[in-house]
Design a protein around this ligand. Structure first.
Ligand code: PLP
Length: 471
């Protein structure tokens, strides 16, 4: 094997990446093609002898423009999708090039050291207990799984039960409490962990989507046995934070474990301006977040943080005779994450944090929040357009007119227009457009351009409806 084996293909890939990135901020933002077009372009019987690798790369690149959304582009406001910082993307290329199996230290002291350091930086950035342990997982879904596995271990250990050895059969019943507004990935993690969704006790939330701490205080005393409370720092629709200090106090009085879903909201901890919103978050026992959201590293990159590192370790660790494990002397990632073999996904996190520094992350977060307020300010002056909840972070919920159908049509019209992309949701039973600003590159001009497109679509639909009803 020589570099010459790789060079032509890597140069080709570089040229394709160059073309893609060069057009990213101008192109139609959504995906234009559907399954049919993509299958027609890509499907073929598996060939016997393979094909020219350069032609395969060209085939991929030829179809990305129509078949993929520009979700890394500055005018993509769907879901909560951060773009990629140039340094994080470049580091991610190196991760693929180096092809490290970052499961155990002996294979990659480099990856292990970067994850150890990035873990420490994250605890500093979030101002969370420095004794906490950190695992770099695929996303917030697996961060919940990891944290809640540690929680399951911890609360049952305190109840005299070793769940890792004896499983859940015959174990004391664990109650899990979460707000009605908890993200679906919390339910899924509970399913994976064998609790079943019937273990979940729902707490009402308020008009902004925050858990009602008064209702939690009423519910907890009625629950016998181990309790895990799941709170939220950043509602997926509104960006609202649960009252974390009150929830932490109530959970502590009851002897429970508090887990926080901070998929994007935990990054607010970097910002001085936003510090108050997450007051009390440091009192929790575990925290889940995504670096692929607000740190803007490429997919897939989540982070699981657990205050009690023994519970974390004991829930995750695995050992086998053929592995060269250091038993805590060095960092073996298998002790902190569900995966065994794994990508060195801590490296782009390290690179992004090193390049940005604390103030750079704060600036990224603050800029996105300012752009979200800009959306709300520009849209709310239009007659008939309503901003449904307080804009406290990077999320904006918008209604166009009184009928759900009009809001849904505006969303479809905006997606078809292609200037920007925003998705839909249902908020308190009514249709709403959901705007999430999570990309380092989104400028004031992007927001102006996008709100112009939204209002253009809205006005045109409103006029058509008015003309139709006057006929
Ligand atoms: C609040 C919240 N929790 C959890 C998740 C799940 O994150 P992931 O898709 O990285 O698993 C999301 C994703 O949007 C989210 O917004």
């Amino acid at each position: 094997m020589t570099f010459e084996d790789f060079e032509p293909l890597l140069s080709r890939a570089h040229a394709h990446a160059h073309a893609f990135l060069g057009g990213l901020s101008q192109r139609f933002v959504g995906a234009r093609a559907g399954r049919e077009e993509m299958m027609a372009a890509l499907d073929a019987p598996l060939s016997r002898h393979g094909e020219d690798p350069a032609a395969v790369l060209d085939l991929l690149a030829r179809n990305v423009e129509r078949g993929a959304s520009a979700c890394a582009a500055p005018r993509y406001f769907g879901f909560v999708i951060g773009g990629s910082l140039p340094v994080a993307l470049a580091a991610d290329w190196l991760v693929s090039t180096w092809d490290q199996n970052a499961g155990i230290h002996v294979i990659s002291p480099l990856a292990a050291a970067m994850e150890e350091i990035a873990a420490r930086w994250l605890l500093d950035l979030f101002d969370l207990p420095r004794e906490s342990s950190v695992g770099f997982v695929t996303g917030c879904q697996m961060a919940h799984f990891t944290c809640l596995a540690a929680a399951r271990h911890g609360v049952l250990r305190r109840a005299g039960w070793d769940v890792e050895t004896d499983g859940l059969n015959g174990a004391p019943r664990v109650h899990v409490v979460a707000s009605q507004e908890a993200h679906i990935t919390v339910d899924v993690a509970l399913r994976y962990l064998g609790f079943g969704t019937s273990a979940l006790v729902h707490v009402e939330s308020d008009a902004q989507g925050r858990m009602r701490a008064d209702r939690l205080r009423e519910i907890l005393p009625a629950l016998q046995g181990p309790v895990i409370v799941c709170a939220q720092a950043g509602n997926v629709n509104t960006g609202a934070f649960d009252p974390l200090r009150e929830i932490a106090d109530a959970t502590r009085v009851h002897g429970g474990w508090l887990h926080v879903d901070g998929a994007f909201g935990l990054w607010s901890r970097a910002s001085t301006a936003l510090h108050a919103i997450a007051d009390g978050i440091e009192l929790a026992d575990s925290w889940a977040t995504d670096a692929h959201k607000w740190l803007n590293v490429p997919y897939d990159s989540g982070v699981a943080i657990v205050r009690n590192s023994t519970d974390h370790h004991d829930a995750m660790t695995s050992a086998a005779a053929y592995l060269v494990q250091t038993r805590g002397a060095e960092r073996d990632a298998v002790d902190w994450v569900p995966e065994f073999s794994r990508r060195a996904r801590g490296i782009p996190v390290y690179a992004a944090l090193r390049a940005l520094g604390h103030d750079g992350v704060a600036d990224l977060v603050d800029r996105c929040c300012a752009r979200a307020r800009q959306f709300a300010d520009r849209l709310s002056v239009e007659p008939g357009v309503a901003i449904l909840t307080d804009v406290v972070l990077n999320q904006v919920l918008v209604r166009f007119g009184d009928e759900d159908e009009l809001t849904r049509d505006v969303i479809a019209g905006v997606q078809a227009d292609g200037t920007c992309w925003a998705g839909g949701t249902t908020w308190h039973g009514r249709a709403a457009m959901r705007i999430s600003v999570s990309n380092w590159a989104t400028s004031e001009g992007d927001v102006n351009f996008s709100t112009d497109a939204m209002l253009r679509v809205y006005r045109s639909l409103r006029e058509k409806r008015a003309a139709a009803s006057s006929r």
